[in-house]
Write a protein that binds this ligand. Structure first.
Ligand SMILES: NC(=O)c1ccc[n+]([C@@H]2O[C@H](COP(=O)([O-])OP(=O)(O)OC[C@H]3O[C@@H](n4cnc5c(N)ncnc54)[C@H](OP(=O)(O)O)[C@@H]3O)[C@@H](O)[C@H]2O)c1
Length: 307
């Protein structure tokens, strides 16, 4: 079903650099291809990959060819449904993943219906974070009665992982800096401080080893995390890409991902109030401020852009 054509605005940049290169300006409007939907965006979150892209960190030294567009998740109202898509209609309120999403209109590749009780900003916040959390927990096989340690529990992926694991009946220990210890307690984790001596603090909190470690921050020496588990493969990292050399597992999405199933689980937890995310919102034309905060590395919950 075709949607309307619309001159739209999107967050963009024409040279790599600091977040100040970002512009909220006109861009070609996207359309849903087979298996995709288009939404009128009500909110789109900021993930660390966004500022890494703007900085040119993923460009492999190649110059930018044309404007760069950003964003990997969004929530909005469906206004176009691609071929081979069933179960969703124009006018439905959804959230999900796609690229680029920090724009007035975005094409999503995976989505779930937004529970009516959930804010647009919260729904946008859990696209990437929710899919990543589900993937980590599935790869680690976390089930009821397990103890999970989340290294980096207060940010986007960490806060969703903590709550998703609790909903499965696991016990969760999570790390954060001093300022986020209370936040971790609020979302149900046993907090520990990261840094020197952290492995001993985790063992003390767990009363021994844990069944699984999810390395979200990628900052702790991988040997320290492996020392907490019965075997190295029970450490999964999303941010330390050399962790595999020590026997831990690394996941970047791709074949490990089941995004539609993951987002359906996230929607259910949101509807049941078992997943609560602290969000800080910024208008799209002040995106650089949100990017700066993300770049600082100490986000509590999620940063979200709104029209
Ligand atoms: N591979 C994948 O599929 C995938 C998917 C999504 C994200 N990622 C990557 O995963 C990382 C986390 O993403 P995110 O969205 O959760 O980031 P985020 O929202 O910016 O959160 C980062 C968190 O890291 C914590 N942190 C900072 N230094 C730490 C340390 N030394 N030890 C433990 N925790 C520390 C911070 O806690 P304090 O504020 O308390 O310091 C903060 O809460 C990023 O590098 C991102 O690019 C990978």
């Amino acid at each position: 079903m075709a949607g309307k054509d619309c001159p739209m605005r999107a967050l963009q940049f024409t040279a790599y650099g600091d977040p100040e290169v970002l512009e909220w300006a006109e861009a070609p409007d996207p359309h849903a291809g087979p298996g995709q939907i288009r939404v009128a965006v009500r909110a789109a979150s900021v993930n660390p990959i966004d500022w890494k892209i703007v900085a040119g960190a993923l460009a492999g030294g190649e110059p930018l060819a044309g404007p760069g567009y950003l964003g990997y998740d969004a929530a909005g109202v469906v206004d176009e449904v691609g071929d081979q898509v069933a179960g969703v209609s124009v006018g439905d309120e959804v959230f999900g993943r796609g690229m680029p999403t920090q724009a007035e209109y975005a094409v999503l590749d995976s989505w779930a219906v937004k529970p009516p009780s959930v804010d647009w900003a919260v729904a946008a916040a859990v696209g990437v974070a929710g899919e990543t959390a589900e993937r980590g927990l599935r790869l680690l096989g976390v089930t009821a009665g397990d103890t999970l340690f989340v290294d980096g529990g207060a940010g986007g992926v960490g806060a969703v992982t903590v709550q998703m694991a609790l909903a499965r009946g696991a016990k969760v220990i999570a790390s954060a800096g001093q300022a986020n210890q209370d936040y971790l307690r609020e979302i149900g984790a046993t907090p520990v401080l990261y840094g020197e001596g952290m492995a001993a603090r985790v063992e003390a909190a767990a009363g021994g080893k844990v069944q699984a470690v999810f390395d979200v921050a990628g900052q702790t020496p991988i040997e320290d995390l492996i020392s907490l588990t019965p075997e190295p493969s029970q450490v999964v990292s999303i941010a330390n890409f050399t962790a595999g050399q020590a026997g831990a597992r690394v996941t970047g999405g791709g074949e490990d991902g089941h995004p539609m199933q993951a987002l359906a689980q996230v929607a259910e937890l949101l509807a049941q109030n078992k997943l609560v995310i602290k969000v800080q919102t910024f208008p799209f034309d002040r995106a650089a401020e949100a990017y700066r905060i993300s770049q600082g590395g100490h986000v509590r919950g999620k940063l979200v852009l709104v029209p």
